[in-house]
Design a binder for this molecule. Sequence first.
Ligand code: TGC
Ligand code: FAD
Length: 392
Amino acid sequence: MKPDLFEAPDYYNLDELLTDEHKLVRDAARQWVKREVSPIIEDYAQRAEFPEQIIGGLAEIGAFGPYIPEEYGGAGLDQISYGLIMQEIERGDSGVRSTASVQSSLVMYPIWKYGNEEQRKKYLPKLASGEWMGCFGLTEPDHGSNPGGMITNFKDMGDHYLLNGAKMWISNAPFAQVAVVWAKNEEGRIHGLIVERGMEGFSTPETHNKWSLRASATGELIFDNVKVPKENLLPNKSGLGAPLGCLDSARFGIAWGAIGAAMDCYDTALRYSKERLQFGKPIGSFQLQQKKLAEMITEITKAQLLAWKLGVMRNNGTATSAQISMAKRNNVEMAIKIAREARQMLGGMGISGEYSIMRHSMNLESVITYEGTHDIHLLITGLDVTGLNAFK
Ligand code: TGC
Ligand code: FAD
């Protein structure tokens, strides 16, 4: 792969909106990605392997629980810092950002928000340091967009719960020590349970043959009469709103992360357009190529503004779930379109692993599907503006 010469586009001087702490956090993540991710990621993606050696570095840049209080091992940062870290990591690879998103927003967040003090103390510091990795089991073979229909269930056996069912498409599953699993009790109410590797009847077979997010490990979670200790139930929230609350946090991170992937594609195409000569001129001098670049930077700038304002609203607690959906949907679509245009700008080289664009492009096909598909987020906005529910 080519050396990482990335220079971040900031067409509207949005750095002026960031605090010194934001810039410090972002620049540390940016340097770490250049040093530790860019040189190896293409190779891992080609081999469809997650680079486990970067877990310690992810923890060091605060990617595991950026906004979780320091008393639990988190970085105690604000939401904009969290977003900036996700942006920088996804600039390297969406699969690496997935690992961090899942650990922070889908495993640490529910333990912090819905768990009791014992659970927080037992799990959060180890998850923040990367000593333990986690995964989040919501999606089932027959229930993806409609998680409320899940059939995974648990029964109260007196001194423990008995968990049965299966989850699929679960990021981090093949190596996670801890799984936050959503299942229905005997009354059909959804609860979160912490399931640990090693519990009898719990297995995590890896999902192979992915053309997307190849550097992220994906798997199933299978529960065959798993005895879960009663103290592993998350006591402070139940119902579908509990897992969906975690998704709000992860979708917010994706709205920022997608900007990172788009910035990398734009920056690569811009540099290439100045170096690549055809008809005796740099291809960047042709109007058709300039149109592509001009539209890319315009869309990136709009997405940056959307993410920043959403970060301000998340910081003061006013962002609605529907506003988060809009940003996730808009920014991922923006990134996927830019990846496609950027790939074309590199001609044949665009499909080569020498450059990051094709990998981003393939990764973004997962990003536009997980954490709620593009259609689902559109319908969430539709419901919000009309008051009419297309899901019921
Ligand atoms: P609905 O009746 O609308 O809502 C049920 C309850 O949930 C509440 N709620 C929310 N709460 C917090 N945050 C949100 N975003 C919420 N959305 C809804 C709602 O108020 C209600 O509460 P209550 O107290 O009245 O019971 O539910 P529905 O069954 O009609 O479904 C709505 C729908 C389709 C929008 C929702 O289910 C949905 O978002 N579906 C998409 C599923 C999804 O996003 N799955 C993601 C799986 S995890 C993943 O992909 C990880 S990838 C990670 C990575 O690698 O980065
Ligand atoms: P379906 O729900 O079957 O949707 C199929 C199509 O129908 C889509 O185009 C959808 O938009 C459309 N559709 C569905 N309902 C409607 C409707 N009401 N109106 C209009 N169109 C509709 N899940 C987890 O729980 N944890 C994870 O860690 C996780 N990681 C993932 C990693 C990867 C790489 C991938 C690909 C997925 C991951 N997922 C995870 C699952 C992901 O969240 C689901 O794939 C996603 O929510 C969609 O569900 P589905 O695949 O079952 O598609």
